[in-house]
Design a protein around this ligand. Structure first.
Ligand SMILES: NC(=O)c1ccc[n+]([C@@H]2O[C@H](COP(=O)([O-])OP(=O)(O)OC[C@H]3O[C@@H](n4cnc5c(N)ncnc54)[C@H](O)[C@@H]3O)[C@@H](O)[C@H]2O)c1
Length: 447
């Protein structure tokens, strides 16, 4: 009988071997996927830890990310805070006059912040700037202002108001006597596009700053920018600090009003000295491109039509335009008369000062008149479209009563709109290098 191999046995063996191979492969695959999963998890945890450390929740991101991207990647977390950096912070904050202040100016690369920082530095106070350089309007203008500050020995820290570790660090390095808090999401109309940015900066950011300031030793006195927009639909004229402010017409106004209430709380609980300043339509050189006088100038020069609003009952929209130098004088006056905070390390030791003031020009001007002054200065006829004001948060008129600021720190605006706009136009054409048909007889101004 011919030998016939037991085929069924060898097939079984082969099947068994292939089964073992499959099992081994599967085990190997499972083990390597487990390893991969663990490594990924570890990397993810490390990343979460890293970002939480550098950018605490609410740190200028979220909905606001679209306008805050540069700040997130250029802020302290990425660029470190070494010895050279600390030296700059100290030097910038050190007063150069006897009994000079050491002031943290938030929003220093902003329009009003730049002017205030320069004025304070000029008289010998120590000034440290802080700004997140967000892109709500052209950040290159903020960079140019930062360069101007830097040429005047003012260092600007690039950080968000919500960056708690950074604020703590600054207060650890410098015993600030004052904070001039001007950083905010400004603009009335943009609130309909990006409401969260107002919450992030004007509410969360303000609270974060107050939290750090209340715990600081010594506690600084704080002067901060509220806004005339808190008067909202107020009908009394001119607007006095005693008038009602519970009818805001925009989310911007509502966040500024909320700021006033928040200020009350921190004053009441922690003894922080707090002064809110209600600015009325500030304009001038280095101004804000989102404001009418600025974009009217741009559009008139480019031959583009401009929209001039009339109110729903057909009257002209008017504003109490206030020249920036007058606002600076008001801010300095408020800082000079601010009493010390009474708390220390988060504990109140007695009642502290709590104030609110209007800072305006006291003479409202119709937008039509604003445009005709610009036409005269630019020597170009504007293409005007008069339209009914859309319901976008704008109010029909503003008019400041400044009696209180005058009484307490001799605030007295001195620049009329024509004079102030002449200075603005002079700066505008030089900054943007435009060759306007500006009248030759425009007197030159010493800035
Ligand atoms: N200009 C006006 O007519 C006017 C009127 C009323 C009130 N105000 C208030 O005065 C202050 C200064 O206004 P401005 O015209 O100079 O505006 P601005 O926008 O030029 O300046 C504000 C600066 O704050 C910075 N900033 C915003 N959010 C920040 C954040 N979370 N962290 C760090 N920096 C941040 C911005 O980058 C900007 O440089 C603001 O509080 C504004 O609401 C201005």
């Amino acid at each position: 009988m011919a030998f016939s191999p037991d085929l069924s046995k060898s097939t079984k063996l082969e099947r068994y071997n292939s089964y073992l191979r499959r099992v081994n492969n599967t085990k190997l695959l499972a083990a390597s996927s487990k390893l991969l999963f663990r490594v990924t998890l570890l990397v993810a945890l490390l990343l979460v830890f890293f970002f939480t450390l550098n950018y605490p929740i609410g740190g200028g991101g979220g909905q606001n990310a679209s306008i805050h991207t540069t700040s997130r990647f250029f802020s302290s977390g990425f660029y470190g805070t070494g010895a050279a950096w600390e030296k700059q912070v100290r030097q910038s904050s050190t007063p150069r006059r006897p009994n000079g202040f050491s002031i943290l100016v938030t929003g220093a690369a902003g329009f009003v912040g730049t002017h205030c920082s320069l004025a304070l530095r000029k008289r010998g106070d120590g000034v440290l700037g802080l700004d997140n350089f967000n892109s709500y309007y052209d950040p290159s203008l903020k960079r140019a202002r930062q360069n101007l500050l830097s040429r005047n020995q003012i260092f600007t820290v690039e950080a968000d108001l919500n960056d708690t570790p950074m604020l703590n660090k600054l207060f650890d390095i410098v015993p600030f006597t004052h904070v001039l808090h001007l950083a905010a999401q400004a603009g009335v109309r943009y609130a309909m596009k990006n409401p969260q940015s107002y919450v992030q900066s004007n509410i969360a950011g303000f609270i974060n700053l107050l939290e750090v300031a209340k715990a600081a030793v010594p506690q600084p006195a704080i002067v901060w920018a509220s806004s005339s927009s808190v008067y909202g639909l107020n009908k009394d004229n001119p607007f006095s600090e005693m008038d009602r402010t519970d009818q805001p017409a925009s989310l911007y106004a509502a966040t500024k009003k909320a700021g006033e209430e928040i200020a009350h709380t921190y004053n009441h609980i922690y003894g922080l000295s707090l002064t809110g300043l209600r600015f009325f339509t500030v304009y001038g050189p280095w101004g804000r491109p989102d404001m009418a006088y600025f974009f009217f100038t741009k559009d008139i020069l480019q031959g583009k039509p401009i929209n001039i609003y009339k109110t729903h009952d057909g009257t002209e929209v008017a504003r109490d335009f206030t020249y920036v130098d007058d606002i600076v004088k008001g801010c300095v006056g408020a800082l000079d008369t601010a009493e010390k905070s009474t708390g220390s390390g988060g504990k109140k030791r007695g009642p502290a000062q709590l104030r609110v003031y209007n800072l305006g020009n006291t003479s409202p001007v119709g937008v039509g008149r604003l445009v005709s002054i610009l036409e005269g200065l630019l020597n170009v006829k504007a293409k005007k479209h008069v339209i009914t004001m859309p319901r976008n948060g704008d109010v029909p008129f503003t008019h400041a009563n400044v009696t209180l600021a005058h009484k307490d720190f001799a605030y007295k605006p001195t620049t009329d709109l024509a004079t102030g706009l002449r200075k603005f136009v002079k700066w505008y054409v030089s900054y943007y290098g435009v060759q306007p048909k500006v009248k030759k007889d425009t007197p030159s101004e010493a800035e």
